[in-house]
Write a protein that binds this ligand. Structure first.
Ligand code: AMP
Length: 113
């Protein structure tokens, strides 16, 4: 069964998509935790970091370089941003299709909650 994010990639569920290429897409999180909260999602439904395979290396690296590109495109490269990948129950993962959160537009706190 396709994941929620596969359905977004297939345009079966609407989302505010800001970027797409062969390997991934980027859209606004429906429940933003910062003034800017985007998700970068690989088109391949890798479940989570713990289940990624050596052959996913290019895709995983691509997510980070896409975060760099999105930061430039959306204009928050200079002020900075935070990237997060939640993994499993204690990591706060809700959607079992790996995704990189980008949070920006305010000063982040540390440690995270
Ligand atoms: P995680 O807790 O890391 O699995 O993150 C899942 C994220 O997906 C949460 O921040 C949700 O707000 C977000 N989300 C869930 N459904 C949608 C949707 N239909 N469109 C955009 N973001 C969503």
């Amino acid at each position: 069964m396709p994941t929620l994010f596969e359905k977004i990639a297939a345009r079966e569920i609407p989302a505010d998509i800001v970027y797409e290429d062969d390997l991934c897409l980027c859209f606004h999180d429906i429940n933003p935790q910062a003034p800017i909260h985007l998700l970068i999602v690989p088109k391949k439904p890798i479940v989570r970091i713990a289940e990624a395979k050596p052959e996913d290396k290019e895709t995983l690296g691509h997510l980070i370089l896409t975060a760099q590109l999105i930061a430039k495109q959306e204009g928050f490269e200079q002020n900075g941003f935070r990237t997060v990948i939640n993994n499993g129950q204690d990591g706060g993962e809700e959607v079992p299709h790996l995704h990189l959160h980008i949070l920006a537009g305010r000063k982040m706190t540390w440690p995270p909650g």
